[in-house]
Structure formats: structure tokens, C-alpha cells
Unconditional design. Structure first.
Length: 274
């Protein structure tokens, strides 16, 4: 569904995630004339994207005309306290602030804006770069249904969107979907290494692992079946897959490792949240 707004949209931060979002918005039909981009040094691919749509990327923005419908904060968490105050004067009473910065709580974001500002905190993941991400979001009490719908549309431009009602669950989501791509990439690494150890040439082992992980992910995406059923469909009784799963599903197998990994990531997310 096209993103339909009649007022400007400010994008603060034109790096990897900001660029992915903008690419998705433009592909979805957003009028490029409404975009106000703010970044002192966007990467070259982003420069080309902005130039191709006639969007100027500026170092600062001054209030001019109607307040923006949304201000999207796509900067690194460590520079948020420097950037947010520069865009706060742009916000009007009907502006929603959408943050995609990891670890920045709604309370910390609110310190930079007028009391009662509508704020949405979200955590996307890196597959957003290819339009296959998933973002978990939470809105503060000031966000209206229309503003939530707008933010949902902005985030859906790069993949699926899920909303939670308790901010603490953002840390849990960070541990599962935010950090999750790294777990999957590690699986591909380990599978390739295991293949090498049983005699496959390194290049072939890497090719098989990459294609298997990406293909299985696509099958999972397209199928209505739960993962457990898909797993069972691959597994013949007493066959090769069953032998491997007996190891992976043992007492000290994959589930135990992932339980520990996700718990560690969630704990660290809580420590880093400000």
C-alpha cells in the first residue's frame, strides 16, 4: 500500500537503515518531494539514490512551512543525543517521531521533544536491506491510531511489522529478531565448516551451506506449515537427518544453546538501554 502523506517526512540519518527505509518508501510510491533528508556524510549508494529522486541531503534543517507528518530517527544510538535536539524544533503538535535506533528508550527520546510528543520506538533487523526484515515497535500514549498506521506503513516498506504493548519486550525482540540474523549467518558458517571436515572442498561446502540456509528460509516464508512440521517432513525414520537431529535436539543441543544465547542478548540489551 502506498504511503500517503500530505506533509513532509524528515529522515534524520541516511546510512544503512535509513537508506533501506527510504528505498522502500520511494519504491512504494512516496512522493520524493515530501522527503527532507538530514545527514552530513551519506554513503555513496545513498547519495546516488537521493540524487536520482531529486532529494537534497542537508546538514541541518530549519522549520519551514507545515510541520512534518513524521520525523524518522535513523541515526546511531551513540549520536542520538546530538541529533535529536537539532530536529526537535521541526516537530509540530501532530508530528510523530519514529526511532529505529537500538537501545534508545521512549523516555530518553522524549527528553528531546516537547511534552506530549507522539513517539514510536522500533527495532528493525538487517534483512530490511533487501526488503525482508521484521520490525518490532511500541507506541507511547500520545500516538494516535492514524499516526500508528503511518508508522506501520513506513516500517512495512522494508518487511513485516509487529507491535508490542510493553516496552520491556523490545529487549526480548532485539535478542530474537534484531540479533537473530547473526545467529543464522553463524549457522551457515558452521554448516560449511562441518561439510569441509567430512571431505567437501571449502568452496563447495560454503555453496551448499549458503544455498541450504537461504533456500530453507524461503521455504519457511512461503509455507503455512509450522517449522516443526517442515522439519518432520525432511526427516525419515532412522535416516540420515534423524541421526543428525538426535545430536542437535539432545539435552545439550541447539535449543539449549539458543536459550542461553537469547537470554544473554536480552540481558545485554537491558544493560545498554538508555
Amino acid at each position: 500500500m502506498p504511503i500517503e502523506i500530505s506533509r513532509p517526512l524528515v529522515l534524520a540519518g541516511a546510512g544503512n537503515m535509513g537508506g533501506a527505509l527510504l528505498k522502500g518508501w520511494l519504491a512504494g510510491g512516496l512522493d520524493a518531494r515530501l522527503v527532507r533528508a538530514l545527514d552530513p556524510a551519506p554513503p555513496e549508494p545513498m547519495r546516488a539514490l537521493l540524487a536520482s529522486h531529486g532529494i537534497a541531503c542537508q546538514m541541518s534543517l530549519a522549520p519551514s512551512g507545515a510541520p512534518p507528518a513524521a520525523i524518522v530517527l535513523a541515526v546511531k544510538p551513540q549520536i542520538m543525543d546530538a541529533v535529536a535536539p537539532t530536529v526537535a524544533p521541526l516537530a509540530g503538535p501532530d508530528t510523530v517521531v519514529l526511532s529505529v535506533a537500538a537501545g534508545r528508550t521512549i523516555a530518553s527520546l522524549a527528553t528531546h521533544f516537547a511534552p506530549g510528543t507522539a513517539i514510536v520506538r522500533s527495532i528493525p533487523n538487517t534483512p530490511a536491506a533487501v526488503g525482508r526484515g521484521i520490525t518490532v515497535a511500541i507506541a507511547n500514549a500520545a500516538v494516535t491510531p492514524a499516526q500508528r498506521a503511518l508508522c506501520d506503513g513506513l516500517l512495512a516498506a522494508v518487511g513485516e511489522v509487529a507491535w508490542v504493548e510493553q516496552e520491556r519486550l523490545i529487549d526480548a525482540a532485539t535478542a530474537v529478531s534484531g540479533s537473530g540474523p547473526a545467529y543464522v549467518f553463524l549457522l551457515a558458517e558452521c554448516l560449511a565448516e562441518a561439510g569441509r571436515k567430512v571431505g567437501l572442498a571449502p568452496g563447495l561446502a560454503a555453496q551448499l551451506a549458503r544455498a541450504t540456509v537461504s533456500g530453507s528460509g524461503e521455504l519457511l516464508r512461503q509455507s503455512d506449515l509450522p517449522p516443526a512440521t517442515l522439519r518432520q517432513n525432511v526427516t525419515s525414520p532412522n535416516g540420515t537427518t534423524a541421526a543428525a537431529l538426535a545430536v542437535l535436539m539432545g539435552a545439550n543441543g541447539l535449543q539449549k544453546l539458543l536459550d542461553e544465547a537469547v537470554a544473554a542478548a536480552e540481558a545485554r540489551a537491558r544493560e545498554l538501554a538508555v
